[in-house]
Design a binder for this molecule. Structure first.
Ligand SMILES: [Zn+2]
Length: 451
């Protein structure tokens, strides 16, 4: 039996080439075999009429913490230090493995329902890894590792080694592994080096939160601020570590191909050039960076260097929704507001960030990110009526559309994962489990506030 499927839509947006009116994408099993105008499409196979839809590559969310989906709305209006501390304590004191598992499933399902087919996830458990496997999504599960105390290095690496060995048994071509030394305020310089060496030995990609906040700068550059005080209160010596966060991880050997730099808000022009030269990917997280009051990353400067930049929603603790089209929209609006120009980042460039750019940032662009014969059949179809706009310019409709748009169809490696906006393999009990965890979190926060 032939596995050929011809999907026809009012618009096909291949990303690497201009949109095609009345287009067709042909897939054979897990791969794309043909993209072009319907009138020229090869005959044979099964037809799927998507009608008044825009058919695009699956969206790529370069940075998530799917296991924190229960934290939506739970950590509002805190300083970054308080936000990190509260989040960390909630994970340690309140939330259970079952909470993380339910949250990761719901988070992945929310992403799928919005057209996201690939997730670059960082977490310190395997809940997101399992959720991607369960729901048939694609991604890299970067296993997080922590340890601000240099004396903890061996213990941290031992824990990481065990975790990776266990997860490796279940990794697939669709769901791969990486490692993530979390951030300069939670990882010692010695641990950064050890994790980089581990990643080299194991042949794994890296991800690191970097150059995100003023408090991080204070710690790294001046050995001052809330993170320095907190670490000193734990009995650790805190000294100046580098002239900036990028210099810190450069010294540890982390600036290299196959490293994803998450945030990169507080970077100098020389940092931008160095990041581009070393071939790192960048996860640009416009909503999270704005919501936590960090600022706006120099997106145009990064793009001018040819750097590999994608978009990330970050966790629901610092965003509240997972909507990559909304991230693309905010990325455009921020750049136009900053530069006071109406064409600072065209819609097509923003949509590229949400697809091929994310694939480049995760170094998966040989396989996904654009509709090209030979690439994986990862597709998303959005109804024009759901975008709430006429679609004479389909890229503008996608980027400036109605917001929180649910995808009509989502296909990953040729398999349908969302049909009529519904995620096919989500256990219907999951949302209630996440609601229960969110309620406990709210009560825990209220009790702590009352102390
Ligand atoms: Zn993050």
């Amino acid at each position: 039996m032939s596995a050929l499927v011809r999907r026809h839509a009012r618009w096909v947006v291949p990303v690497a080439t201009p949109p095609i009116a009345n287009g067709t994408v042909v897939t054979d099993g897990e791969r794309i075999t043909w993209v072009g105008p319907r009138a020229n499409a090869p005959v044979g196979g099964q037809d799927e009429e998507l009608g008044d839809c825009i058919l695009t590559p699956g969206l790529v969310n370069a940075h998530t913490h799917l296991d924190l989906t229960m934290m939506r709305g739970a950590l509002e209006d805190l300083t970054f230090f308080e936000w990190v501390r509260t989040l960390t304590r909630a994970k340690r004191e309140l939330l259970t493995d079952d909470d993380f598992r339910a949250a990761a499933l719901l988070g992945a399902a929310e992403g799928l329902s919005r057209g996201i087919t690939t997730f670059g996830d960082t977490s310190d458990n395997d809940a997101a890894f399992d959720a991607l496997l369960t729901l048939g999504a694609r991604g890299i599960a970067y296993r997080e590792v922590f340890g601000a105390d240099p004396a903890q290095v061996d213990a941290s690496i031992a824990g990481l080694t065990t975790a990776i060995a266990t997860m490796r048994l279940r990794a697939t071509p669709l769901v791969r592994l990486g490692v993530s030394p979390h951030a300069p305020y939670s990882v010692s310089d010695a641990l950064f080096v050890s994790v980089r060496e581990f990643a080299d030995r194991e042949g794994l990609p890296l991800a690191v939160h970097i150059a995100e906040s003023a408090a991080e700068d204070d710690l790294v550059i001046r050995a001052s601020g809330p993170f320095a005080e907190f670490l000193r209160a734990r009995g650790l010596e805190v000294e100046r570590r580098a002239s900036g966060p990028i210099q810190l991880i450069d010294a540890a050997g982390l600036l290299r191909q196959n490293t994803l730099l998450i945030h990169c808000v507080r970077v100098a022009a020389s940092d931008v050039a160095r990041i581009a030269d070393t071939g790192c990917g960048i996860a640009h997280c416009p909503t999270s960076n704005a919501k936590l009051g960090h600022g706006v990353a120099p997106l145009r400067e990064f793009l001018a260097t040819g750097a590999r930049v994608g978009l990330g929603s970050d966790s629901m603790a610092s965003n509240n929704t997972m909507d990559l089209l909304a991230e693309a929209r905010l990325a455009v609006l921020q750049q136009r507001a900053i530069t006071k120009t109406p064409d600072a980042l065209p819609a097509r460039a923003a949509f590229r960030l949400a697809t091929l750019g994310g694939a480049e940032a995760l170094r998966l662009d040989d396989e996904i990110g654009s509709l090209v014969p030979g690439k994986q059949a990862d597709l998303a179809a959005f109804r024009v009526s759901d975008l709430g706009l006429p679609a004479e310019d389909p890229l503008a409709a996608l980027v400036f559309g109605a917001g929180q748009v649910v995808a009509h169809r989502v296909i990953i490696a040729g398999r349908e994962r969302v049909r009529d906006g519904v995620v096919t393999d989500l256990d219907p009990g999951v949302p209630a489990r996440v609601r229960a965890a969110a309620l406990r979190l709210t009560q825990w926060r209220s009790a702590r506030a009352a102390l």
